[in-house]
Design a protein around this ligand. Structure first.
Ligand SMILES: [Zn+2]
Length: 380
């Protein structure tokens, strides 16, 4: 028994001695440029991940002149990304129309690189024609290739009826829109509510990005506005829509506003088969949680998670610099490849301390970075 044990140990030791040599040999064959080194099962190099076709399922393009488009498209090509640009904010109808126009235009010119999601007017909320006009805008969007319709946090946090009451997303007046989107086989992208941090004072928020955002967007910092319905009221209203329309595909933007705990997301994914989530702007909240828990969650729900960034190009709330935006895109994508594909130790500007990458299997990465967007946004 003991002898056998030691024999095994010796075998293992020999194997460990051989391994580095084979790694050097593999490295040599790669640098010789003949064939790619065989990867162990599930492993993917960052170079391969960069070359693989990918979809950023949540990004924003604002009106962009042609000379800036000419700088932006090559970054998408370099990373082999297609963007789903999401038109946003019905209460700013004039700006929203500009987003719809640039999205439809770029989709027509670069169908392989730019897809889009439309929105509708909320500035005319309460007018007798509101519903008819909203459906007309959505219909026009679909005729120009829009993959779905977005609903935004302004519903639940800003939009009010004349009696001063906040309008929630499960208000029956939105039902005809959801029914219409479902009938057309399209998808709803729902950014309802905000990160839980939004209902907390600045010094209790978990990530720097949220602190920065709510400092510059105080109207959405619910902690400062006790009249805004609470965090769980927002989540419950969204969940109610999932329940009312079980055949309508709904992608919950920003981890469905349940970024602080993957268990909360898992609970909804179990309960609502019509629900998936994108990760736009919330990867740092994964990085804050226990690595093994997040990794198991991603493996278990590998068909329901869509990679997205919330990256923006074009002028939005202030001056815009295309070169800086392109450099930032490049950086965000490289950081995210490392986090999802390797187990390297990393740091984030969002919180102190270190965390390790998730080293997800290549098949899981392909779903998250590509296949799930195709599945949840048919027509892509
Ligand atoms: Zn967004």
């Amino acid at each position: 028994m003991h002898l056998l044990y030691f024999t095994h140990l010796r075998l293992l030791k020999n194997l460990l001695l051989i391994l580095p040599v084979s790694i050097i040999l593999l490295g040599f064959s790669k640098s010789a440029g003949k064939t790619d080194p065989p990867l162990s099962q599930g492993e993917i190099t960052l170079e391969k991940l960069e070359k693989m076709p990918k979809i950023d399922a949540h990004a924003h393009i604002y009106p962009l002149p042609d000379e800036e488009v000419a700088k932006f498209i090559p970054v998408l090509e370099k990373h082999n990304f297609s963007w789903i640009t999401i038109a946003t904010e019905g209460l700013r109808w004039h700006e929203l129309k500009g987003q719809i126009d640039i999205a439809a235009d770029l989709h027509a010119r670069y169908p392989q690189r730019v897809a889009w999601i439309t929105f509708f007017n909320l500035q005319n909320w309460g007018s007798p024609d509101w519903e008819k006009e909203a459906i007309r805008t959505i219909e026009e969007g679909f005729s120009k290739g829009a993959l779905g319709v977005k609903v935004y946090k302004e519903i639940g946090m800003e939009l009010k009826d004349p009696d001063g009451r906040f309008v929630m997303i499960d208000d029956p007046r939105f039902d005809p829109l959801f029914r219409y989107v479902g009938k057309k086989g399209k998808t709803v992208a729902a950014h309802i509510g905000e990160p839980r941090n939004c209902w907390l004072p600045f010094d209790s928020m978990t990530v720097e990005g949220d602190r920065e955002y709510f400092r510059s967007h105080p109207k959405f910092h619910a902690y400062q506005h006790p009249e805004i319905p609470g965090y769980w009221a927002q989540i419950a209203a969204r969940d109610h829509v999932l329940e009312k329309f079980p055949n309508l595909r709904i992608v919950g933007c920003h981890l469905g506003s349940l970024e602080f705990d993957v268990d909360e997301i898992a609970r909804r994914l179990e309960k609502y088969p019509n629900f998936a989530v994108d990760m736009a702007g919330r990867v740092c909240h994964f990085q804050l949680q226990i690595r093994e828990k997040v990794r198991n969650f991603m493996i278990k729900y590998q068909d329901r998670l869509l990679y997205g960034t919330d990256l923006m190009v074009g002028p939005y709330e202030g001056p815009f610099n295309i070169d800086k935006a392109c450099a930032n895109m490049d950086q965000v994508y490289h950081d995210d490849y490392r986090y999802f594909a390797t187990d390297e130790e990393m740091e984030s500007p969002d919180f102190p301390g270190k965390f390790r990458g998730l080293a997800l299997h290549a098949d899981v990465l392909k779903k998250i970075f590509h296949d799930n967007a195709v599945k949840w946004y048919p027509g892509l």
